[in-house]
Design a binder for this molecule. Structure first.
Ligand SMILES: Cc1cc2nc3c(=O)[nH]c(=O)nc-3n(C[C@H](O)[C@H](O)[C@H](O)COP(=O)(O)OP(=O)(O)OC[C@H]3O[C@@H](n4cnc5c(N)ncnc54)[C@H](O)[C@@H]3O)c2cc1C
Length: 449
């Protein structure tokens, strides 16, 4: 059975120079860079706060991939980290050598103030699921509000929704998941625990790391009896009050992150895994005897979903060859982290061999880097749209590298600066002078070859 949706007339509520959809790492970079180029910028976010996966899924390990290497984050991400640290220090973190940069709750407040100070107009609870396209140009973006559809008009639109929702609505072709079966990495619902015994967990050795390692061995030996297939057990900050702020454990597999039925299954499954884990941890981990489940992340988080078709598709071969593109807008170290999409966990973690089927994990071990070309941010067919973050044009393995939070903010920053240049020169984003874009980015602490 089918119904026809009635034609509706929508008033344009607002007109801006640059409209950013999504307030995660990419959207933050995009909105700030566009505002700094003198544009009138509005950011639409479906949730009631900024931060994307960092705050919506408690992913406080923002620079986990770079931690303990010779690489440092740059651009707006580095600035945020520094300013946040000035204001909130270590966010009560007492773990030794901790890679956790933020408390996601303080970060929410920090980002509100940071973006408002930059002159970005924020619109929360603004879910975008439609656009009006005429002559290959987005005329306006439609928000689904409680009062019905609302239209916002902009000269340039930046899709930083993580899932490429704007590009999808505009009919841009996309890929999703791995080539063989379209499966994405699992969805995860992170959670927090309270009441951990701080004395037992601190000292010369980071006991949370020890627990994580032992858990992995016990899981592989079939000793845990837990039904979730995830073997790794990264923990977040440990606070003096005994809070563990991020338990990255429950994983729901074979879920399409853009499908309501799949998302519902993921949330339900992960909550069951959390309860099983909670009982297990209380009984088996030293220092967890009196823990309490403090909170469950507001939403299931995804590491990948749609990857839009752009003017250039970044590949793992480009990364392996350390290609330096003429239109490079970001430089990032060689790293891959792709959790097994099908829960096949016996891989060796390497790009080649069994790891290709299982979890691909290649941390940074040397100084290899690669670049991301501006063309990977430009979708085919639509002339005033730029994409940023984990949905840019890349193959599935390459995406497991560019998904790094500071990298997503770099592609966002490039998109925002490019939108500013396009509007100032009154040309389409694809026709801007890329050398000028690179020069602007360099003045904003972005390191390029
Ligand atoms: C469990 C987990 C652990 C991870 N661990 C790490 C790690 O250790 N280190 C690391 O660097 N990366 C990690 N990642 C990956 C990282 O979180 C993402 O790749 C990164 O956040 C992507 O940034 P983004 O801005 O592209 O998208 P997102 O962070 O997904 O942000 C997208 C934003 O857009 C909003 N939005 C979506 N659709 C719409 C719409 N239609 N209308 C309006 N708003 C919309 C969302 O609410 C969200 O705020 C992890 C991810 C997960 C899920």
């Amino acid at each position: 059975m089918q119904f026809t949706i009635k034609e509706k007339h929508v008033d344009v509520k607002k007109e801006v120079d640059v409209l950013v959809v999504g307030g995660g790492p990419a959207g933050i970079g995009a909105a700030v860079a566009a505002a700094r180029s003198g544009q009138k910028v509005m950011l639409l976010e479906k949730r009631g706060f900024l931060g994307g996966n960092i705050t919506g899924c408690y992913v406080e390990t923002c620079n986990h991939f770079l931690h303990g290497t010779s690489f440092e984050a740059h651009g707006i991400y580095a600035e945020i980290e520094e300013k946040y640290k000035e204001q909130y220090g270590r966010s009560h973190d007492i773990r030794i050598n901790s890679p956790h940069r933020f408390s996601s709750e303080y970060l929410k407040v920090f980002l509100d103030e940071f973006l408002l100070k930059e002159g970005v107009e924020l619109s929360f609870h603004s879910f975008v699921n439609d656009v009006i396209v005429e002559e290959n140009k987005i005329q306006c973006v439609i928000i689904q509000s409680k009062k019905g559809p609302v239209a916002i008009k902009a000269a340039v639109v930046i899709d930083a929704s993580g899932d490429g929702d704007v590009a999808f609505s505009a009919g841009v072709p996309f890929e999703q998941g791995r080539d063989t079966d379209g499966l994405c990495q699992p969805g995860t619902v992170n959670f927090r625990l309270a009441g951990a015994d701080v004395n037992k967990l601190t000292g010369e050795v980071d006991q949370l790391k020890v627990i994580g390692k032992r858990f992995n061995q016990d899981y592989r030996a079939g000793k845990t009896g837990l039904s979730c297939k995830r073997q790794d057990l990264p923990f977040g900050r440990l606070t003096p009050g005994g809070q563990i702020t991020y338990v990255n454990y429950p994983c729901a597999y074979k879920i399409d992150p853009t499908d309501v039925e799949g998302l519902t299954r993921g949330e339900l499954e992960c909550r069951q895994y959390i309860m099983e884990f909670y009982e297990y941890a209380k009984k088996n981990f030293e220092g967890f005897e009196n823990i309490e489940l403090a909170s469950i992340a507001p939403e299931i988080g995804f590491r990948d979903s749609r990857r839009i078709k752009g003017l250039y598709r970044l590949t793992k071969e480009d990364i392996e060859a350390q290609r330096v593109f003429d239109d490079a807008i970001a430089l990032y170290p060689r790293i891959y982290d792709m959790l097994a999409p099908d829960a096949y966990m016996d891989g060796d973690g390497k790009m080649e061999g069994e790891g290709y089927k299982g979890h691909i994990y290649e941390p940074i071990t040397d100084t290899r880097t690669y670049t991301i070309p501006y063309r990977s941010l430009l979708p085919v067919d639509i002339t005033n749209l730029i994409v940023a973050g984990r949905c840019i044009s890349a193959d599935h393995v390459a995406e497991s590298s560019i998904r790094g939070i500071s990298c997503c903010m770099l592609t966002g920053q490039a998109a925002g600066a490019a939108a500013g240049l396009a509007n100032k020169s009154k040309v389409a984003p694809k026709d801007i002078d890329v050398k000028e874009l690179q020069a602007v980015l360099r003045t904003q602490r972005v390191v390029l070859p």
